[in-house]
Design a protein around this ligand. Structure first.
Ligand code: EPZ
Length: 421
């Protein structure tokens, strides 16, 4: 298994290109199941999760082309759904595989998707996806670890009120509703920028959707969708991660191809914590403020609140701040696996239930540490960049799920970082 070695203490300087959002690319790829015409997606990041979704879609009957001249373009074409089962082996590897449920059901009238089960960051049920699809008329059974959903007479529009704003459930239901008879309203929908992006993709395919990005999304069903072209929005989590990399090392990075407003509340929190962010067109300059990093409390919330996907990185940053920071995780139950690893590097952190109290320390020191999930892993990279001495990060396949060319991007900005097989 690969390891990453980081020799800390180098201030990062230079430009880093921000890619398309993994969490927008995955649902947009699943949307290709909704039509028999080609869907062209641009700015698709070259990360392992995209490869996993690609394999799943190919099993279901989607032809996937990657034109050699356009590095981040995928052409997805599903003339006919050949298979309606998403097998355990792929769903276990990537929970976002459940995003094929809504599209399969809407187009083929049936879907069999393995129940994802728990994952490193908590139990993560899919009850809201299933209840919503049942409201659209699907019959749902659980059999042998699989969700078996059928809609022999097609789906019909309904009002669905989500008890909490789930990103995946909103996406699954929005896709299913595009081919349902009549109008669907999703109330208390998730408002993440990736939802709005998926809606833009679906609209380019002929869907009729209003309100995506707000709490109330209205979808008027249509008999068929056509092909379309869509460019995936910039990855806000990659943006926030590299902004914090600039600040924790005391350097300055120009992040190219991204937008400040995608960060939501995280933009203010970062600035309060001493990360200067200056936006100009499609670029963002991030550097540590001359007053230094200051302990800043934060609570993760659904968008526009502070993203849970930035919590681990922010904790690494706060390890080097002046004073203390109280970090509360409200979205996932078990998203503090980075804490013991950061403590091996000299961090002072106390966890009480969903809250971690981080007391800033004058120095972190390199140590062998273990990556546990995507964002936890990258938080260890941030800590390592700022630490004295060498850090060896094991199990880095987690990083490859969501960060394209992480070591190359950091090395080009002056980090001493290398991957060892
Ligand atoms: C998406 O996961 C992202 N994944 C996650 O990104 C992200 O952390 C999360 O949204 C929150 O922003 C993708 O977009 C592919 P949810 P998702 O449904 O859709 C509970 C990363 O690092 N819930 O919004 O699975 C759930 O347990 C990751 O890139 C139910 O109870 O998240 C959680 O507490 C990991 N029942 C809360 O809702 C359900 O049916 C929000 O989860 C669904 C969710």
């Amino acid at each position: 298994m690969d390891r990453i070695l980081v020799e800390g203490g180098k201030a990062l300087r230079g430009r880093i290109e921000i890619g398309g959002a993994k969490n927008a690319a995955l649902p947009a790829m699943a949307a290709s199941l909704l039509t028999d015409a080609p869907l062209v997606l641009d700015r698709v990041p070259d990360v392992v999760d995209v490869g996993t979704m690609r394999r799943l879609l190919q099993m279901l009957g989607v032809e996937v082309r990657h034109p050699p001249a356009a590095a981040h373009r995928l052409v997805l074409h599903c003339p006919e759904v050949l298979e309606t089962t998403a097998p355990y082996d792929l769903v276990r590897r990537m929970r976002a595989s459940v995003l094929v449920l809504g599209p399969l059901l809407a187009r083929a009238g049936r879907a069999r998707v393995s129940m994802p089960g728990g994952c490193a960051i908590g139990p993560r049920p899919i009850d809201l996806h299933l209840e919503g699809l049942a409201r659209l008329g699907a019959e749902i059974r659980l059999e042998g670890g699989y969700v078996e959903a059928t809609a022999p007479r097609g789906l019909r529009g309904a009002v669905i009120r989500l008890p909490k704003p789930s990103v995946g459930a909103t996406e699954n239901l929005m896709m299913a509703a595009t081919l349902a008879r009549g109008t669907t309203v999703i109330e208390e929908a998730a408002q993440e920028p990736e939802i709005e992006d998926l809606a833009r993709c679906l609209v380019a395919m002929g869907a009729r959707i209003a309100g995506a990005g707000t709490k109330r999304i209205e979808i008027e069903g249509t008999e068929r969708l056509h092909g379309g072209e869509h460019r995936i929005l910039p990855d806000r989590i990659e943006t926030g991660t590299y902004a914090m990399a600039a600040a924790i090392t005391g350097g300055e990075l120009e992040l190219v191809g991204t937008r400040l407003e995608l960060l939501g509340a995280a933009a203010e929190v970062l600035q309060e914590a001493g990360v200067e962010l200056v936006a100009e067109g499609d670029r963002l300059t991030a550097r540590r403020s001359p007053r230094g990093l200051v302990g800043t409390d934060v609570m993760t919330r659904p968008f526009p609140g502070f993203a849970t996907d930035l919590q681990a990185q922010f904790m690494a940053l706060m390890c080097r701040a002046e004073g203390a920071a109280m970090i509360t995780e409200t979205i996932f139950e078990n998203r503090f696996m980075h804490v013991p690893e950061l403590m091996r590097m000299g961090a002072r952190i106390t966890v009480h239930g969903p809250t971690a109290l981080v007391r800033g320390v004058p120095e972190l020191t390199g140590a062998p540490v273990m990556a546990t999930d995507l964002r936890a892993s990258v938080s260890l990279v941030l800590a390592a960049l700022a630490a004295r001495g060498e850090t060896e990060i094991n199990r880095v396949y987690h990083l490859d799920r969501g960060y394209e060319r992480l070591e190359q991007k950091l090395a080009a900005a002056g980090a001493s970082i290398q991957r060892l097989p």
